[in-house]
Design a protein around this ligand. Structure first.
Ligand code: F6P
Length: 335
């Protein structure tokens, strides 16, 4: 059997553990397998850029952030039929029986399109996808995406640093979090640090009430804003400053973006183990000839949920990017 492994979309800690698990499981369970890495993610698949991987290539990488294979975004792939066909034929023409992919929402959507081309043209490759994204925007009905817990860890550390300086200066900090359309990262980071307020993508913020909350604070106030909220942290700062001026409130306000720092660095144990477990299960399934699928699990060691790619990629059925009410109540109860 010949297989390829690839990472797509934004890098997320745990992707390297996934690559390692696929390479090692293939070569240890069936040494005749040849495993190839797709270089630079979707760019490499469009161009047919593959490199053979050995166990040595994956030594000591499981905990490392980023991805040793690279991941370049190719936004045109969403619409460009030629590029989509190139991906399908590059897999088929290179005799890959399986592609193991770890990526987020965009990667899942692209995998589904390419899988449909493969099926309609009778090509050979099947695609198995694991959720990899700090946004947790792929699978939140069923589990958590690889990299999500690592990004919460990083956020928590940064939010505690900000608490120190906010408290020292009696300041309000408006802190932007990555997450694209999903509020999960901002929300869980906010809960973990005990932020005074979290603004989610679809929130209708009553700024006068927010100022009431701030004016009751003695020293530090940290307001976390999800990337998907239509106003930036800087715009929110200006709105609050206007209200402060009108109401003669003296707190200073600063804003800061956690952004790319949330995505880098060492992977959390949960992400390393989930990525490794999913990689291993997917390889075993491939040896049994499983059809293309999307894999999710909560805990390493448990049987993953396997969804057909078209079901998984249908966001109206499988994802709800809004935080459920029970989690919102939980957050309010801890304030
Ligand atoms: O999908 C992961 C993510 O980090 C999002 O949270 C963010 O919106 C986006 O990627 C940023 O992408 P780029 O690295 O292309 O700027």
């Amino acid at each position: 059997m010949k297989v390829a492994v690839m990472t797509g979309g934004g890098d997320s800690p745990g992707m390297n553990a996934f690559i390692r698990a696929v390479v090692r499981s293939c070569l240890n369970l069936k040494p005749s397998t040849s495993v190839w890495g797709v270089i630079d993610g979707w760019r490499g698949l469009v161009d047919g850029n593959f490199r053979k991987l050995t166990k040595k290539d994956t030594a000591g990488i499981a905990h490392q952030g980023g991805t040793i294979l690279g991941t370049l975004r190719v936004p045109e792939l969403k619409e460009d039929k030629d590029m989509q066909e190139a991906c399908a034929f590059n897999l088929h023409d290179n005799f890959f029986d399986y592609l193991f992919l770890c990526g987020g929402n965009g990667s899942l959507a692209a995998a589904n399109v390419i899988n449909n081309i493969i099926k309609s043209k009778g090509l050979r490759t099947k695609i198995l996808v694991a959720p990899g994204s700090i946004d947790n925007d792929v699978c939140n009905n069923y589990g958590y995406s690889i990299g999500f817990y690592s990004a919460i860890d990083k956020s928590l550390e940064m939010l505690e640093w900000i608490r120190d300086t906010a408290s020292a200066h009696r300041r309000v900090y408006i802190i932007e979090s990555m997450g694209r359309d999903s509020g999960y990262l901002a929300f869980f980071a906010g809960v973990a640090t005990g932020a005074e307020h979290i603004i989610l993508p679809n929130d209708e913020v009553n700024y006068e009430e927010l100022v009431n909350l701030i004016s009751e604070r003695d020293r530090d106030t940290r307001i976390i804003v999800a990337e998907g909220y239509p106003k930036t942290a800087d715009e929110i700062r200006r709105i609050l400053e206007e209200i402060f001026a009108r109401r003669n409130i003296k707190h200073e306000i600063r804003h800061v973006d956690m952004g790319y720092f949330q995505r880098g660095g060492k992977a959390a144990v949960k992400d390393i183990l989930t990525a490794s477990w999913l990689g291993y299960v997917m390889v075993k399934d491939a040896f049994n000839g499983v059809d293309s699928a999307f894999y999710i699990c909560y805990h390493p060691g448990e049987e993953p949920t396997r969804l057909p790619l078209d079901v998984a990629a249908d966001s109206s059925k499988t994802t709800h990017l809004n935080i459920p009410d029970n989690l919102k109540e939980f957050e309010e109860a801890l304030r």
